[in-house]
Write a protein that binds this ligand. Structure first.
Ligand SMILES: NC(=O)NCCC[C@H](N)C(=O)O
Length: 411
C-alpha cells in the first residue's frame, strides 16, 4: 500500500532560482511595518537608514511594488505571514525567542523573565516583537524589576527592531534548489537571518529545502550574490561580504554542484556601494545596468573547483570579460546609469542600478532615476516604474527589497 503524506509543499512547485532574469514566479517581500516606526534621528544611522521614513507612505509604495509584481503573474509571499505560520511550531518559537533575547544586554534575571513572558504570548504578538523589537516601557510591569530595568530609559530597546527586514534580498538567497541563509555583518542586521532561518526550517512550504550556506558562516549578504547564468555566480566583496565569506560560499556551492565558476568581485568598502547590486544588476540574459564610474575598473578573481574539495583561484581580470567568458557569451552588454558623471552618481545613490528583473528584458525600477530608465528603454529593456521616495530612505531599490524563490529556467 502506498501512503501519501499531504503537505503545503505538494501544492507549490519546488523553489528554484538559476538566474537573475528567468521569468519570476514567486518572490519573498516584507511589507514595512512597526519596525520602521522605531526609527528616530538618534538611531537611524546605527539602524542603517538615511532618514526617517513616512511609514504610511512607505507601505503604500510597497503595496504598489507588490501590485506590479502580481500584475506580471508573480506570486508574492510576505515575510510576516510566513513568520506567523512558522511560529506554529514550538521549535520555531524557541529559536526566535532565543535569538532575540540578549543576556549580555539584559542580565540573567531580566533575560530569563523576558524569555518566559515571550513563551506565553500569541503568534502575532511574538512575530511583531521579533520584527519590531521591544522597549523597556513595553515590558509588562511584572517583568524584570531589576537594576537593569531601573537604570534604562523607557525608550531604550530590550530587543532591537529590524527595520532592514524590508530588504529581503540580503538575509537569504536561493541558488538552484537550495537556500543560502546569510551571515549578515552589520550589528543592526545580524538577527534578521535568525528569522529567515526559522521560516525556511519550520514553514511547511519549505519543509523539503536544503541549505547552501549557514547563518554562522563567514559574512555573506544576498545583495552581493548575482546569478549571472546557470552555474556562474558573481559575489561582491566589500563592506559586507568578506573574502572569507566569498571563498567559503564558493566552496559550498562547488561541493553541492550548484556552480562551476564563482567570480569574486572587489567593490569599494563604502555605504554607496554596500553590495554588488548597488552598482550592477542584470536586466537581460546578456546585459547589465552598471555604474559607469566602475565599469572599466571592476575586476574579478575567478574561482573554480579543483576536483578534490579545494578552490582554484585565477586573476584578477577585468570583470566584464571574465563574466562573459564564464557565461559562454561573446560580450556582456552594459547600460550606464545616467548620462554624465554627476547624474550617474546621483542615480547610483538612489538605486538606479538596483533593478529587479521579472523576465529577460523586463525590470522593475524606481521612477526617480529618470535618465537611467530612459537609457534602459533605449536599449530595448521594458521598465516598470515604481515610486520609492520613502522606501529609498533605507538605501535599497527593487532588487534589495525582493528575494526570488522561484524563477522559470532560461531557454
Ligand atoms: N542589497 C542591498 O543593497 N540592500 C540594501 C540594504 C540597505 C540597508 N539599509 C543596509 O544598509 O543594509
Amino acid at each position: 500500500m502506498t501512503s501519501h503524506i499531504s503537505s503545503a509543499t505538494d501544492e507549490h512547485p519546488t523553489p528554484r532560482v538559476d538566474s537573475e532574469v528567468g521569468p519570476l514566479r514567486t518572490v519573498l517581500l516584507h511589507r514595512p511595518g512597526l519596525e520602521l516606526k522605531r526609527l528616530t534621528p538618534r538611531n537611524n544611522d546605527q539602524l542603517l537608514f538615511d532618514g526617517i521614513p513616512w511609514v504610511g507612505r512607505a507601505q503604500e509604495e510597497h503595496d504598489a511594488f507588490a501590485a506590479v509584481l502580481r500584475s506580471r503573474g508573480v506570486e508574492v509571499l510576505l515575510l510576516a505571514d510566513l513568520l506567523m505560520t512558522a511560529l506554529d511550531d514550538q521549535r520555531a518559537r524557541s529559536a526566535g525567542i532565543y535569538a532575540s533575547v540578549d543576556e549580555r544586554r539584559l542580565g540573567i534575571d531580566l533575560a530569563d523573565s523576558l524569555r518566559s513572558h515571550l513563551s506565553t504570548v500569541g503568534q502575532e504578538e511574538l512575530a511583531n516583537v521579533l520584527m519590531a523589537g521591544m522597549t523597556f516601557e513595553e515590558l509588562p510591569a511584572a517583568e524584570g524589576a531589576s537594576l537593569v530595568r531601573h537604570m534604562h530609559r523607557p525608550h531604550d530597546f530590550v530587543i532591537d527592531p529590524l527595520p532592514n527586514l524590508l530588504f529581503t534580498r540580503d538575509s537569504s538567497a536561493w541558488v538552484a534548489d537550495r537556500v543560502a541563509v546569510s551571515s549578515l555583518v552589520m550589528p543592526a542586521r545580524r538577527r534578521e537571518s535568525s528569522i529567515t532561518d526559522l521560516i525556511y526550517a519550520y514553514h511547511p512550504r519549505f519543509a523539503k529545502t536544503s541549505r547552501a550556506y549557514g547563518a554562522h558562516s563567514a559574512p555573506l549578504e544576498g545583495g552581493d550574490v548575482l546569478l549571472l547564468a546557470p552555474g556562474v555566480m558573481a559575489i561582491g566583496v566589500g563592506e559586507r561580504t568578506t573574502p572569507a565569506g566569498a571563498e567559503s560560499f564558493a566552496r559550498s556551492v562547488f561541493m553541492d554542484g550548484l556552480a562551476h565558476t564563482v567570480l569574486a568581485v572587489p567593490i569599494a568598502q563604502e555605504r554607496a556601494t554596500m553590495h554588488l547590486d548597488t552598482v550592477c544588476t542584470m536586466v537581460d540574459v546578456d546585459a547589465v545596468v552598471m555604474y559607469p564610474a566602475i565599469r572599466d575598473t571592476l575586476s574579478a578573481y575567478s574561482l573554480r573547483p579543483d576536483g578534490s574539495g579545494g578552490v582554484l583561484v585565477d586573476g584578477p581580470a577585468p570583470f566584464l570579460s571574465a563574466a562573459a567568458e564564464a557565461m559562454g557569451i561573446e560580450r556582456l552588454r552594459v547600460i550606464d546609469t545616467g548620462l554624465d558623471s554627476v547624474t550617474a552618481e546621483r542615480e547610483q545613490w538612489d538605486d538606479g542600478n538596483n533593478t529587479l528583473a521579472v523576465a529577460p528584458g523586463v525590470v522593475i525600477a524606481y521612477e526617480r532615476n529618470v535618465e537611467t530608465n530612459a537609457r534602459l528603454e533605449e536599449a530595448g529593456v521594458e521598465v516598470l516604474r515604481i515610486s520609492g521616495s520613502e522606501l529609498g530612505s533605507g538605501r535599497g531599490g527593487p532588487r534589495c527589497m525582493s528575494c526570488p524563490v522561484l524563477r522559470d529556467p532560461l531557454n
